[in-house]
Design a protein around this ligand. Sequence first.
Ligand SMILES: [Zn+2]
Ligand SMILES: [Zn+2]
Length: 434
Amino acid sequence: MSQGQLPPTHKAVRWYPPSFDIRVVEEDIPKIEHPDDAIVKVKLAGLCGSDLHIYRGHGGIEKEHSCGHEFVGFVVKLGDNFRPKVEEDDDRPSLYGTLKVGDRVVAPFTVSCGECHVCRVGYTCRCPSGLLFGSPFLGGGQAQYVRVPLAGATLFSLESPQTISKTLSPENIKNINDASLLLLSDILPTGLFGAIQVLNHPKVKSVWGGKGWPGVFLPSSPSPLLPRGQGWGPVGICALVSLLELIWSVENTSNLYREFKYKIIAIDLLDSRRRKAEAVYERIQHPAKGRNGDVVVLGGDVDDLKGKVREWTGGVGCTAVLEAVGHADALELGVELVRVFGAVTSIGVHGAGQIPFTGRQLYNKNISFDFGRCPVRSMFPAAFEILVKRQDVFGEIGTESSLIDRITGLDEAPEMYRQFERGDVGKVLFDPWK
Ligand SMILES: [Zn+2]
Ligand SMILES: [Zn+2]
């Protein structure tokens, strides 16, 4: 494909304020606006839980805009800064020298420059030049074409997978469909991010490492590891799979950690999501599954689940809580269920203006918090490896245990938003050419 053959208009999904108004429109096709830009022809785009915050009018946004921050596709146009490497480009991200029209790419849900201090230490989701796809400031991926600013630092090219992770080969990539690659835009790295934050928190590590924290508090018989998840939608499932992969990889490879026992309690108030979580766990085949711990799915009656947590932990509470939805009620329950000196990680976008607990409550339990957006670029290589390993969960579409429920055309977007908002469908992808 050569540059300059694009039509004048394309189809895109747009959101209109104040809420619940999604339309599919024909609009001007995005153009190269800066020499670092690329135009990507979208193969598949995702509908995500974060889109619902905007859909419901909870995003604090008053301007209509095109939607979607998850997409995979092919490069169809490149700005002038994409050229064979010359001396003055030495410090620039390498894709500015190698990306070509026709290359298959995945985009993280935010743009990042790759050149500032924030990006270089890995916090790419908070790059000062960063932008969120599908916001008033940048067009979305639920469209036929999308403009990617700072594309040489933002996109991942699937043409040379070893540049992403040394363990990946072109053979690995060939067997992975576009639908499962799309999960790398956001939800699988985000789930992994939550799992890493939970397991690496010093207060949690002390429990499963049996070393005590900060050293002088070594308990005589360390409590079981009890990460507890809330909101087991697609991101929650990704977090669950990532947690298991991390726990099993440590069990297999590290002598530093004793053989620890764990129980992962997955909580969701929706029946359909609990059934999905159970089916996913059932589907996973791994030699370490069930050896030192298990996954239990709970929901429905909140008093009942609180009682079970008390019983299983001898009244102590969960070592860690992973709150995957971004809801004040879920966070409040997390604070209640986490143990003293526990850690709460929250990876969902919070719409509520206030946090539902006081400083005194946190002081009284010595609770630590992690909030915030996933730096997809930093998580991408490890997430990609999990994607390749767990094709039993991520590679299928529309089965009982698959993460992706269905692929529809863009024209069905208004109905899919409605159904997704009600919890009637799981992860939906759009094929803009269907
Ligand atoms: Zn998303
Ligand atoms: Zn940056």
